[in-house]
Design a protein. Structure first.
Lengths: 264, 52
């Protein structure tokens, strides 16, 4: 792939970013000023327009892209550095969303549960996800051949993905403080007023669009980093080659002790 | 500041700072790529190692 192709900025990504900003603006406006306070939680329910949406991105969208990309990299027929870079980009963006999930959850939990943090199964498995993602990013910085690094990181991403169903089912498998689905029941019935429901859904759209934009830009950074590495390697190899050529040339032109002497 | 205001502020500010950081990183790597490109020799000039 040539450098101009790699540094190209697709127009659709800009459009997604702009749509994400607009959707986020509407979510904040509706969430803070338009929707009514909740019957039981009062204004604290406004945090639920952003917390589940952030958690959905951190868990499902990131898991889908990182695990899917890693699987496709490991599968010989689809092996391409595109999948490796996409998975790496998803994990970094995922770490930001996982941290935000924990922070916004703590800000809701303190007044409702009375604690900032508890060793609840959902909270603990989410914190573990964040730690594993940080570990993946550290692993990616370990110097290695690109193919070895990609294979190593793909395996690590698949191991991290084991935590995703644990986070999801933690509220069913263990009797924990974190409640199960309360806004949408298993029959997909929404228990809220229309303005609250639309704000809730818009929050999911806004954070998902922002995730796609961040993923796209982070992927571009990954491509550029690899391109600079390749370019520097190429330049140093060319310099080395020209030094060797000059040395050979100097050896040929140098005065020789006798017939048949000099460099080959 | 209420918990709600703090939650919205932290979430939006974190995403904004991360997004700006990503754009700056992208620009820095684009410049690094331009800097690392080997200088192009003018047309008609002798190739590297070729006697002039």
């Amino acid at each position: 792939m040539s450098a101009p192709t790699m540094t190209r900025r697709p127009r659709w990504l800009t459009v997604v970013g702009l749509l994400g900003v607009v959707a986020m603006g509407f979510t904040v406006w509706l969430g803070l000023w338009v929707t009514p306070p909740d019957q039981f939680q009062g204004n604290l329910a406004r945090l639920l327009y952003i917390h589940p949406a952030i958690a959905t991105v951190a868990l499902y969208w990131v898991g889908l892209v990182a695990a899917g990309g890693s699987l496709l990299y490991l599968w010989p027929r689809t092996r391409s550095f595109f999948w490796d870079r996409l998975a790496a980009a998803a994990v970094e963006v995922g770490a930001v969303f996982a941290a935000l999930t924990l922070v916004t959850g703590a800000l809701w939990g303190r007044p409702v549960w009375g604690v900032w943090w508890t060793w609840d199964a959902r909270l603990t498995s989410t914190a573990l996800l964040l730690l594993l993602e940080i570990g993946y990013l550290a692993l990616r910085r370990v110097p290695a051949e690109p193919a070895i690094r990609a294979r190593r990181c793909a395996v690590a991403a698949l191991l991290i993905a084991i935590d995703i169903p644990i986070v999801h089912f933690s509220v069913d498998w263990w009797n924990t403080l974190h409640q199960g689905g309360t806004f949408i029941d298993p029959g997909f019935q929404i228990h809220a007023s229309p303005s609250m429901s639309w704000t809730f859904l818009l929050g999911f759209v806004a954070f998902s669009l922002i995730f796609v934009w961040l993923l796209g830009v982070r992927y571009q950074v990954e491509v550029l980093q690899d391109a600079v590495g390749d370019q520097e390697l190429e330049v140093s190899l060319t310099e080395r080659w020209s030094e060797d050529t000059e040395l050979v040339g100097a050896g040929t032109n140098a005065p020789t002790p006798g017939p048949g002497g000099g460099a080959p | 500041m209420s918990y709600v205001d703090a939650g919205y502020s932290i979430a939006l500010a974190t995403l904004f700072v991360y997004a700006v950081g990503l754009l700056l990183r992208r620009r820095r790597w684009e410049r690094a790529l331009q800097m690392s490109e080997p200088p192009r020799e003018p047309e008609g000039a002798p190739a590297c190692g070729e006697p002039s």
